[in-house]
Design a binder for this molecule. Structure first.
Ligand SMILES: Cc1cc2nc3c(=O)[nH]c(=O)nc-3n(C[C@H](O)[C@H](O)[C@H](O)COP(=O)(O)OP(=O)(O)OC[C@H]3O[C@@H](n4cnc5c(N)ncnc54)[C@H](O)[C@@H]3O)c2cc1C
Length: 597
């Protein structure tokens, strides 16, 4: 089986050559994030992920988590790996020094999360959920809550969860029922059942800090009556250590398609002691801090499965001998040619490569904006927030759809050997499948993008992005080597605005038009956004080749992949545009009871 290698060369390309993070850190005043330190983080992180986490990926899938009397045991080696992770200080990397963090840029945390996720997604969800809890407490917690809980999360000795979903309420949080009744001491008694809680119970840390949505007794109905609470598994003692067991118990674990190494828990809250975070009835606003962290985290999952599947299928395609090349033998000494000679196998490999490398650029662009929301000037913060608001649903939904497609293609490259368990390709597909569902399904991200972000801003957020595309095209319009990229991008940039106006105008007459167009709109936007980044990558590669700075094969591969993306993937926008323009009638015509005919 191929060992996963962290793609450090490509990560450095995206960070340094495309997005100029060295300058970005310097301009934001992240003086500690020197190029040497960043390199050390990359090297050390890669070592840990390749040597410790990657070997546990199949173990996690095979053993899964086991439940007994409310306690959960994680797969062999998970706990020890987590101890090593904590001892090396990884949880604290990008958090506030005031609470024990190292104060490095959030984007460096994202880099580490990519490495972790690519080698072992299920394991990575335990610290991944903690990051969301930390960000939520950092933004909305009181000083006391930060001292008690945030420091422990930053240290890594406690982990966090996100408790939204209930049996009758997934997408529609407005109907959630978990109750929070005031206690005499200012705390709240939390009662209800949460399901599907990732990392909800485990044996890897001393304590688990559940971040829970619940309703106060007098709360208005719907989303305006939801509040947010900290509910620790063990109540903290005076000295900050984990003390008495709280009234929250794991009733069972879900049996599921993939990510077996991660515990998906049913949590029963029975008058558990909880502490309000943020103002009453504003819980959903506060929870958005968590959800936005988690959405970018889940976007990373698309990239992780694309990269893992690509690496394995590439190694296999170079090695597996089947049939001869159409243009004559390429391996005349052997019984057959390696399957990488066949155009269709190349299509599958290049699709994965284009999505993995393109996804990396998009994630890093988003991560860069997160840094700017932390340390930029007011103007920079606003600009970064707007860009993130627009790009987050695209990154979450488009990259997870592309990640699943890639994982599937990776399996296909192995033929029947991909379908059996031995090579880990079917695990990669099963693990990838959840990413388009949790953290808001693709359908919900699409409504957020088209409805809330684009139409409700009167197109403003879209225009901010298309202006950047336009600026790039203007600057490169005379660069001969980039002409095919620039002309296609200009055409799509204009069409993007046109289809938005088209759908927006139809939506004024019939609101169903938004829902009918939304997923096609999101996928269209994803393809164009990635096209923009691939064109920029082509420019960097072209400049480097012209300057003769070395590493020519790497840059030529970048250009070839950019051409593949533009010629073979980007035309998918035409189908999405046509589907959008076809309107809602073809979806809404059939009566619900006539679907069965
Ligand atoms: C393995 C796993 C881990 C999870 N981890 C967590 C976790 O840590 N914390 C947590 O709180 N939750 C978690 N979840 C829950 C997850 O976020 C939900 O499953 C998800 O939000 C969808 O909710 P649902 O399953 O109830 O589907 P439903 O809301 O019932 O949706 C069913 C279908 O209808 C569609 N739909 C619903 N409403 C609309 C609409 N208005 N327009 C268009 N389409 C619509 C959806 O897109 C979906 O395709 C997890 C789930 C799983 C399976």
């Amino acid at each position: 089986m191929t060992d996963i290698k962290i793609p450090l060369r490509d990560m450095r390309f995206a960070m340094r050559e495309l997005l100029d993070w060295d300058q970005h850190y310097a301009s934001l005043g992240y003086d500690e994030a020197s190029p040497d330190l960043v390199d050390a983080i990359l090297e050390e992180g890669a070592k840990f992920c390749e040597n410790v986490l990657a070997p546990l990926n199949a173990v996690g899938d095979q053993q899964g988590c086991t439940w007994k009397d409310g306690e959960v045991t994680t797969p062999e080696g998970f706990k020890e790996a987590y101890q090593q992770f904590v001892e090396a200080g990884w949880p604290s990397l990008a958090h506030d020094p005031e609470h024990g963090g190292q104060g490095l840029p959030p984007s460096l945390g994202t880099i580490m999360s990519e490495m972790v996720g690519t080698t072992n997604w299920s394991w990575g969800m335990y610290p991944g959920l903690s990051h969301g809890a930390m960000n939520t407490l950092q933004a909305h917690g009181t000083d006391e809550q930060k001292a008690t809980y945030l420091t422990k999360l930053v240290e890594g000795s406690w982990t966090g969860t996100m408790c939204l979903t209930e049996p009758h309420c997934g997408t529609d949080l407005g109907i959630l029922r978990t109750k929070a009744e005031p206690n005499a001491d200012g705390s709240y008694a939390i009662t209800g059942t949460k399901i599907f809680i990732s990392a909800g119970e485990h044996d890897m840390a001393e304590n688990i800090v559940h971040i829970v949505l619940a309703r106060l007794p007098d709360a208005p109905a719907g989303t305006k009556g939801i509040s947010l609470f900290i509910v620790p598994k063990f109540l903290p003692n005076e000295d900050g250590s984990a003390g008495e067991r709280n009234g929250v118990v794991c009733g069972s674990l879900e049996h599921k398609m993939g990510i077996h190494g991660n515990a998906t828990a049913v949590l029963n809250f029975d008058g558990a002691k909880g502490f309000l975070i943020g103002p009453p009835n504003k819980g959903l606003n506060c929870m958005f801090t968590f959800m936005n962290t988690a959405r970018l985290g889940t976007a990373l999952q698309g990239l992780a499965h694309a990269e893992a599947g690509f690496q394995k299928s590439l190694a296999y395609a170079r090695d597996r001998l089947q049939m001869r090349s159409l243009s004559g033998p390429k391996n005349p000494e052997g019984a057959a040619d390696p399957i990488i000679v066949h155009p269709d196998v190349r299509r599958m490999l290049l699709t994965q490569k284009a999505f993995a490398e393109g996804g990396r650029m998009l994630i890093m662009l988003c991560a860069q904006q997160v840094d700017r929301t932390h340390k930029g000037s007011d103007e920079e913060k606003k600009e970064a927030e707007d860009l993130l608001a627009f790009l987050t649903p695209i990154a979450k939904a488009f990259l997870t759809e592309a990640g699943f497609e890639s994982a599937n293609l990776g399996l296909q490259c192995f033929g029947g050997h991909g379908y059996i368990a031995e090579w880990g390709m079917e695990q990669n597909v099963r693990d990838a499948r959840i990413s388009t569902i949790y953290e808001g399904t693709t359908g919900i991200q699409a409504l957020d993008l088209l409805g809330r972000k684009v139409l409700m801003s009167q197109g403003e957020l879209l225009r901010k992005f298309t202006k950047q595309v336009h600026k790039f095209c203007q600057a490169e319009v005379d660069t001969e080597a980039l002409a095919p990229f620039v002309s296609k991008l200009q055409e799509l940039n204009k069409e993007w605005g046109d289809v938005t106006m088209h759908v927006g105008a139809k939506a004024m007459e019939n609101p169903e038009e938004v829902g009918a167009a939304s997923v096609d709109y999101l996928m269209y936007s994803g393809y164009v956004a990635l096209g923009f980044l691939w064109a920029r990558a082509a420019k960097v590669a072209n400049d480097k080749l012209a300057a003769g700075e070395g590493d020519a094969d790497f840059y030529r591969a970048k250009l070839a992949t950019a051409r593949f993306y533009f010629d073979r993937i980007l035309p998918r926008t035409a189908t999405h545009a046509a589907a959008m323009k076809s309107g809602a009638a073809n979806l809404m015509e059939l009566d619900a009871e006539h679907f069965a005919f």
